[in-house]
Design a protein around this ligand. Structure first.
Ligand code: ADP
Ligand code: MG
Length: 361
């Protein structure tokens, strides 16, 4: 808006108009007002759709179809695939390796390494989704980060699901209100998603509740396999829809119930590992925020250690970039504590769960 005003002003000064018309006066006044309102420019987003699978040297229609059927939809999916996984789709490890190299050349314009400066510049693409609570944003260093997995851990009723609902609304807000002007995907494993809560939170944040609901792409996951298939499907979505948040509530519930006991632990962890890597890749490749929730268990080895620990073991601990432990305090008040992060000091923040969502105390 301000750009339009300034171009008109240039024109009028060129013409050296002495008397100020009513129209100009109004425009000048508007310009003064617009100077006071700091309009944040929308950052330029990277283009993911620039290449088709068929653009990879040696990939024809038949191979492309085979790849798509196996869940590889974009050149990025190929470039960041593992040789072994891709070989399952196309039959040979040599062929898979060659394809990965060709896809990477396409994306990185022939370069294999980058300088630290280029890496730093690529990190500038990271965005933050405000939680809507200043204390929590400060704790997180600005909000929920893209290209990362943020894990909310806590007992039943700690507020994990409430935070997920909140973020699905917050991501839709414009940049100057802390959002990313984008949609959210909600993968619900426990059946606790409530559109009514979205309506309440959206109204409070000044969004049209109908539109807010339209901008949340929802799926109920009925098993761990289904959950993993859904994440693969999200890759298709992000190339056609502007999705900047993917929620999985909860990450390990299905895995725990399907693989109970010590005898199943190795298989469960192996599968969970694949799932977590699916998510790491999704966040990184498509520059979006992944938010997962996790339960806590009694810690049987708690002689010196804490009596409770997050589920999922080392796989989840290492896979998630930021781990935030939520616990109940007084009525409606919750305490969030960062327990594992490459950059935040270990500190706490308090927030309140209300009808309007998550707010400062
Ligand atoms: P979990 O960590 O198990 O996912 P939830 O996110 O579902 O927990 O949090 C449930 C809590 O959120 C409830 O116990 C209640 O305190 C609070 N809550 C849920 N809905 C509302 C609401 N409409 N108004 C105020 N508080 C609410
Ligand atoms: Mg929940």
């Amino acid at each position: 808006m301000s750009r339009r005003y300034s171009s008109k002003r240039r024109k009028s000064s060129r013409n050296k108009v002495e008397t100020v018309s009513v129209e100009d006066a109004v425009e000048n006044a508007l310009e003064e007002i617009s100077k006071e309102i700091k309009v944040e420019e929308e950052p330029i987003e990277e283009e993911f759709e620039a290449y088709e699978l068929e653009d990879i040297e040696g990939v024809g229609r038949v191979t492309a179809e085979k790849l798509r059927n196996a869940g590889y939809y974009t050149v990025r999916d190929i470039a960041f695939a593992s040789v072994k996984e891709l070989a399952e789709a196309i039959g040979s490890e040599d062929r898979a390796r060659a394809l990965i190299i060709k896809a990477q050349k396409l994306i990185f314009k022939g370069k294999t390494f980058m300088t630290a400066k280029e890496f730093w510049e690529s990190r500038q693409g990271i965005r933050y989704i405000s939680t809507g609570c200043k204390a929590l944003d400060d704790l997180l260093g600005g909000g929920i980060e893209t290209k990362a997995i943020t894990e909310f851990i806590g007992e039943f009723g700690a507020g994990k699901t409430q935070l997920c609902h909140q973020l699905c609304v917050m991501v839709q807000l414009p940049y100057d209100k802390g959002g990313l002007n984008a949609k959210a995907v909600y993968i619900d494993t426990e059946g606790t998603f409530r559109p009514e809560r979205i309506i309440q939170i959206a109204k409070y944040r000044g969004l049209n509740p109908d539109e807010a609901l339209e901008n949340i792409i929802y799926a109920r996951a009925y098993s761990s396999d289904h959950q993993m298939i859904l994440v693969d499907e999200v890759k298709k979505l992000v190339t056609s829809e502007r999705v900047k948040l993917v929620v999985i509530d909860s990450l390990v519930a299905h895995f725990r119930s399907e693989y109970p006991g010590r005898e199943n632990l190795a298989v469960r962890q192996q599968k969970l590992n694949r799932h977590v890597h699916q998510l790491i890749k999704l966040a990184d490749v498509y520059n979006l925020a992944v938010v997962v929730t996790n339960q806590v268990l009694a810690n049987p080895e708690a002689f010196f250690a804490a009596p409770m620990k997050p589920a999922g073991g080392h796989i989840v601990a290492h896979g998630c970039t930021y781990r935030i432990w939520l616990r109940k305090s007084k009525e409606g008040i919750r305490i969030a504590r960062i327990i594992d992060s490459p950059k935040h000091p270990e500190i706490e923040a308090t927030f309140r769960i209300t009808e309007e969502g998550i707010v400062d105390v």
